[in-house]
Design a protein around this ligand. Structure first.
Ligand code: V07
Length: 255
């Protein structure tokens, strides 16, 4: 019964048109930042911060699901993260395996559908395999979409889309004069997803850091000073109530 009500409330298939009548944003994106800073404050290694970040992620998935959020996109690894020291990169790219080993059963039981955006081919095989398995196992689930941005960078995504479109134009499959917003959107990793309604960035940084630049054009942005490992239900509720209280006009005039 609870599950039925939740699904009803989740308003599956919600679109741009009915977004403003929803009390909860349909698509929430989060930059899970501040794990290293959290660890430094406690004189712990950065890896301890990443582990604590997993705990915060687990709790946020649960709360987002309970609140009726339709899609939760989380930035787990950026194309820029390769510049970190090799041991840290190796550690980070083991986290998908670890997280799925401990949490995939639970996610599946809760009807969560796991998806991924990013350059899959650039990841080590063990990471790719773990993610593919989770995507496969949960493919038919109809509840919340948990979308991992892994080896994702927005400019690289746009470059890849432009290359594909340019090649299609050369091959005569695309007329350059007819390229519009929808054409571009269809060539991004997020082609199957509506744009985020709300972006949350913890840890006090007020920038987008190459995350979903195209997709965030009309998104409400919410920044908070708490580090990601400290992010809890109250912070999520605070971000959502701020979202609710803002005017969303899509450049139009409010009637
Ligand atoms: C990562 C933990 C959370 C804080 C932010 C940085 C570190 C979960 C995943 C993950 C990714 C794909 C997937 C399942 C889980 C993850 C990386 C880092 C690279 F299918 N957390 N997490 N991946 N952190």
């Amino acid at each position: 019964m609870l599950r039925f009500l939740r699904r009803l409330f989740r308003n599956e298939g919600a679109t741009h048109a009915n977004k403003e009548t929803r009390s909860v944003p349909y698509h929430v994106a989060i930059i899970m930042d501040g794990n290293g800073r959290w660890a430094a404050k406690r004189k712990l290694p950065r890896t301890a911060g990443h582990q604590a970040g997993i705990v915060a992620l687990r709790r946020t998935i649960k709360h987002a699901n309970e609140m009726g959020i339709g899609i939760l996109t989380v930035y787990a690894f950026s194309t820029e993260n390769w510049r970190r020291p090799k041991p840290e990169v190796d550690f980070l790219l083991r986290l998908p395996n670890e997280f799925l080993k401990s949490d995939l059963n639970d996610l599946h039981k809760n009807n969560v559908k796991v998806t991924m955006i990013g350059f899959m081919e650039g990841l080590p095989a063990h990471t790719r395999n773990a993610v593919s398995e989770a995507v496969g196992v949960t493919a038919k689930n109809t509840g919340m979409v948990l979308n991992f941005a892994l080896n994702y960078g927005s400019r690289a995504e746009i470059i890849a889309a432009v290359r594909t479109l340019a090649q299609k134009a050369v091959d005569g499959q695309v007329n350059p004069a007819q390229i519009d917003e929808q054409t571009i959107a269809n060539h991004l990793f997020t082609a199957a997803l509506p744009d985020p309604d709300l972006l949350i960035r913890p840890s006090g940084e007020i920038r987008l850091s190459n995350f979903l630049l195209w997709q965030l054009a009309y998104t409400e942005l919410w920044f908070t000073d708490v580090n990601w490992p400290d992010f809890n239900r109250e912070h999520l509720e605070e971000a959502i109530s701020a979202y609710r209280n803002r005017d969303r006009r899509f450049g139009g005039i409010k009637l």
